[in-house]
Design a protein around this ligand. Structure first.
Ligand code: S3P
Length: 193
Protein backbone atom coordinates (compact mmCIF):
# COMPACT_ATOMS: atom_id res chain seq x y z
CA UNK A 1 0.00 0.00 0.00
CA UNK A 2 1.22 3.47 -0.74
CA UNK A 3 2.46 5.21 2.39
CA UNK A 4 0.49 8.34 1.52
CA UNK A 5 -2.82 6.50 1.94
CA UNK A 6 -2.25 5.19 5.46
CA UNK A 7 -5.58 3.35 5.42
CA UNK A 8 -7.48 6.13 3.66
CA UNK A 9 -9.16 5.49 0.35
CA UNK A 10 -8.10 6.47 -3.15
CA UNK A 11 -10.55 8.21 -5.47
CA UNK A 12 -10.35 7.97 -9.27
CA UNK A 13 -12.04 10.64 -11.37
CA UNK A 14 -11.90 11.28 -15.10
CA UNK A 15 -13.76 11.24 -18.37
CA UNK A 16 -15.65 8.21 -19.68
CA UNK A 17 -13.15 5.72 -21.04
CA UNK A 18 -10.24 6.98 -18.94
CA UNK A 19 -9.89 3.52 -17.34
CA UNK A 20 -11.13 4.32 -13.81
CA UNK A 21 -12.72 0.93 -13.19
CA UNK A 22 -9.98 -1.24 -14.71
CA UNK A 23 -7.17 0.73 -13.10
CA UNK A 24 -9.11 0.88 -9.83
CA UNK A 25 -9.48 -2.90 -9.76
CA UNK A 26 -5.80 -3.33 -10.50
CA UNK A 27 -4.79 -1.03 -7.62
CA UNK A 28 -7.25 -2.63 -5.21
CA UNK A 29 -5.73 -6.02 -6.01
CA UNK A 30 -2.19 -4.74 -5.48
CA UNK A 31 -2.97 -3.09 -2.16
CA UNK A 32 -5.52 -5.59 -0.94
CA UNK A 33 -8.08 -2.78 -0.83
CA UNK A 34 -11.78 -3.07 -1.54
CA UNK A 35 -13.00 -1.73 -4.88
CA UNK A 36 -16.16 0.33 -5.23
CA UNK A 37 -17.67 1.93 -8.31
CA UNK A 38 -20.33 4.62 -7.82
CA UNK A 39 -22.10 3.63 -11.06
CA UNK A 40 -22.34 0.03 -9.82
CA UNK A 41 -23.81 1.26 -6.51
CA UNK A 42 -26.49 3.14 -8.45
CA UNK A 43 -27.21 0.18 -10.73
CA UNK A 44 -27.67 -2.10 -7.74
CA UNK A 45 -29.83 0.34 -5.84
CA UNK A 46 -32.33 0.75 -8.68
CA UNK A 47 -31.75 -2.64 -10.26
CA UNK A 48 -31.47 -0.90 -13.62
CA UNK A 49 -28.65 -0.21 -16.07
CA UNK A 50 -27.33 3.37 -16.24
CA UNK A 51 -28.90 3.95 -19.71
CA UNK A 52 -32.23 2.69 -18.34
CA UNK A 53 -32.03 5.06 -15.36
CA UNK A 54 -31.36 7.98 -17.74
CA UNK A 55 -34.17 6.90 -20.07
CA UNK A 56 -36.72 6.30 -17.33
CA UNK A 57 -35.96 9.08 -14.85
CA UNK A 58 -33.63 11.53 -16.60
CA UNK A 59 -30.18 12.95 -15.93
CA UNK A 60 -31.14 15.04 -12.87
CA UNK A 61 -32.39 11.92 -11.10
CA UNK A 62 -29.15 10.12 -11.97
CA UNK A 63 -27.07 13.03 -10.61
CA UNK A 64 -29.02 12.94 -7.35
CA UNK A 65 -28.40 9.20 -7.11
CA UNK A 66 -24.73 9.82 -7.83
CA UNK A 67 -24.51 12.35 -4.99
CA UNK A 68 -26.30 9.92 -2.64
CA UNK A 69 -23.95 7.08 -3.58
CA UNK A 70 -20.95 9.26 -2.82
CA UNK A 71 -22.45 10.44 0.46
CA UNK A 72 -22.97 6.80 1.47
CA UNK A 73 -19.22 6.21 1.08
CA UNK A 74 -18.39 8.84 3.70
CA UNK A 75 -15.74 7.52 6.10
CA UNK A 76 -14.95 4.40 4.05
CA UNK A 77 -11.29 3.38 4.35
CA UNK A 78 -8.85 1.19 2.44
CA UNK A 79 -10.98 1.28 -0.69
CA UNK A 80 -10.30 2.29 -4.27
CA UNK A 81 -13.31 4.28 -5.47
CA UNK A 82 -14.00 4.65 -9.19
CA UNK A 83 -16.51 7.39 -10.00
CA UNK A 84 -18.69 8.21 -12.99
CA UNK A 85 -17.24 10.71 -15.44
CA UNK A 86 -19.75 13.38 -14.42
CA UNK A 87 -19.12 13.24 -10.67
CA UNK A 88 -17.27 16.57 -10.80
CA UNK A 89 -20.11 18.59 -12.30
CA UNK A 90 -21.88 18.98 -8.97
CA UNK A 91 -19.87 21.26 -6.67
CA UNK A 92 -21.39 19.56 -3.61
CA UNK A 93 -19.56 16.35 -4.57
CA UNK A 94 -16.10 17.90 -4.30
CA UNK A 95 -15.74 18.00 -0.50
CA UNK A 96 -17.13 14.46 -0.32
CA UNK A 97 -14.55 13.21 -2.84
CA UNK A 98 -11.67 14.96 -1.13
CA UNK A 99 -12.65 13.73 2.34
CA UNK A 100 -12.23 10.12 1.18
CA UNK A 101 -8.53 10.40 0.33
CA UNK A 102 -6.28 11.57 -2.51
CA UNK A 103 -8.20 12.28 -5.71
CA UNK A 104 -6.50 11.10 -8.89
CA UNK A 105 -7.60 12.38 -12.29
CA UNK A 106 -7.05 9.89 -15.11
CA UNK A 107 -6.92 11.92 -18.29
CA UNK A 108 -6.54 11.03 -21.95
CA UNK A 109 -6.51 12.96 -25.19
CA UNK A 110 -9.64 13.32 -27.27
CA UNK A 111 -8.58 10.80 -29.92
CA UNK A 112 -7.84 8.15 -27.30
CA UNK A 113 -11.18 8.74 -25.60
CA UNK A 114 -13.03 8.48 -28.90
CA UNK A 115 -11.23 5.24 -29.71
CA UNK A 116 -12.20 3.86 -26.31
CA UNK A 117 -15.83 5.00 -26.04
CA UNK A 118 -16.90 6.41 -29.42
CA UNK A 119 -18.89 3.30 -30.25
CA UNK A 120 -20.13 2.63 -26.73
CA UNK A 121 -23.87 2.06 -26.54
CA UNK A 122 -24.20 2.17 -22.74
CA UNK A 123 -23.14 5.76 -22.18
CA UNK A 124 -26.15 8.04 -22.34
CA UNK A 125 -24.04 11.22 -22.28
CA UNK A 126 -22.61 10.33 -25.69
CA UNK A 127 -24.77 11.26 -28.62
CA UNK A 128 -24.49 8.20 -30.82
CA UNK A 129 -25.12 10.19 -34.00
CA UNK A 130 -22.14 12.39 -33.25
CA UNK A 131 -19.94 11.03 -30.44
CA UNK A 132 -17.07 13.22 -31.58
CA UNK A 133 -19.05 16.38 -30.90
CA UNK A 134 -20.23 15.17 -27.45
CA UNK A 135 -16.74 14.13 -26.39
CA UNK A 136 -15.21 17.44 -27.54
CA UNK A 137 -17.88 19.52 -25.79
CA UNK A 138 -17.91 17.56 -22.54
CA UNK A 139 -14.12 17.42 -22.37
CA UNK A 140 -13.94 21.19 -22.75
CA UNK A 141 -16.58 21.75 -20.07
CA UNK A 142 -15.16 19.26 -17.64
CA UNK A 143 -11.37 19.59 -17.90
CA UNK A 144 -11.30 22.56 -15.49
CA UNK A 145 -13.60 20.71 -13.10
CA UNK A 146 -11.39 17.62 -13.01
CA UNK A 147 -8.40 19.88 -12.55
CA UNK A 148 -10.01 21.64 -9.60
CA UNK A 149 -11.07 18.40 -7.92
CA UNK A 150 -7.81 16.47 -8.33
CA UNK A 151 -4.71 16.18 -6.20
CA UNK A 152 -2.89 14.34 -8.95
CA UNK A 153 -3.26 14.11 -12.73
CA UNK A 154 -2.15 11.01 -14.60
CA UNK A 155 -1.99 10.95 -18.40
CA UNK A 156 -3.23 7.56 -19.59
CA UNK A 157 -3.11 7.84 -23.40
CA UNK A 158 -1.17 4.94 -24.88
CA UNK A 159 -0.67 3.22 -21.52
CA UNK A 160 -1.93 -0.12 -20.27
CA UNK A 161 -3.94 -0.27 -17.07
CA UNK A 162 -0.95 -1.72 -15.26
CA UNK A 163 1.26 1.11 -16.46
CA UNK A 164 -1.31 3.64 -15.30
CA UNK A 165 -1.44 1.90 -11.90
CA UNK A 166 2.39 2.11 -11.71
CA UNK A 167 2.23 5.83 -12.45
CA UNK A 168 -0.35 6.37 -9.76
CA UNK A 169 1.85 4.64 -7.19
CA UNK A 170 4.77 6.85 -8.22
CA UNK A 171 2.61 9.95 -8.33
CA UNK A 172 1.30 9.30 -4.83
CA UNK A 173 4.83 9.24 -3.49
CA UNK A 174 5.53 12.60 -5.12
CA UNK A 175 2.25 13.86 -3.73
CA UNK A 176 3.36 12.87 -0.22
CA UNK A 177 6.71 14.61 -0.61
CA UNK A 178 5.02 17.75 -1.88
CA UNK A 179 2.54 17.75 1.00
CA UNK A 180 5.24 17.33 3.57
CA UNK A 181 6.63 20.72 2.58
CA UNK A 182 4.17 23.39 3.66
CA UNK A 183 2.33 25.37 0.99
CA UNK A 184 3.58 23.28 -1.89
CA UNK A 185 1.32 23.37 -4.96
CA UNK A 186 -0.47 20.24 -6.10
CA UNK A 187 1.41 18.39 -8.84
CA UNK A 188 0.82 16.00 -11.68
CA UNK A 189 2.62 12.72 -12.13
CA UNK A 190 5.25 14.37 -14.27
CA UNK A 191 6.11 16.69 -11.41
CA UNK A 192 4.55 19.70 -13.14
CA UNK A 193 2.30 22.13 -11.32
C1 S3P B 1 -21.26 9.73 -17.17
C2 S3P B 1 -20.29 8.73 -17.11
C3 S3P B 1 -20.63 7.32 -16.85
C4 S3P B 1 -21.92 7.21 -16.03
C5 S3P B 1 -23.01 7.98 -16.70
C6 S3P B 1 -22.69 9.47 -16.86
C7 S3P B 1 -20.84 11.11 -17.48
O1 S3P B 1 -19.57 6.68 -16.14
O2 S3P B 1 -21.73 7.69 -14.73
O3 S3P B 1 -23.25 7.39 -17.95
O4 S3P B 1 -21.62 12.04 -17.28
O5 S3P B 1 -19.67 11.29 -17.93
P1 S3P B 1 -18.14 6.29 -16.81
O6 S3P B 1 -17.25 7.49 -16.70
O7 S3P B 1 -17.65 5.17 -15.95
O8 S3P B 1 -18.40 5.88 -18.21
Amino acid sequence: MSIVLAGRSLVLIGFMGSGKSSVGRELAKRWNFRFVDTDAMIRHKYDLSIPDIFAKYGEDFFREAEYEALARLRGIRSTVIATGGGIVIQPRNLPLLRALGPVVWLCADQGTILDRVGKSTHRPMLNQANPEESVARLLKERAPLYHRAADLRIETSGLTHREVADRIVLGLDQFRVSNESANQPRIDANGRE
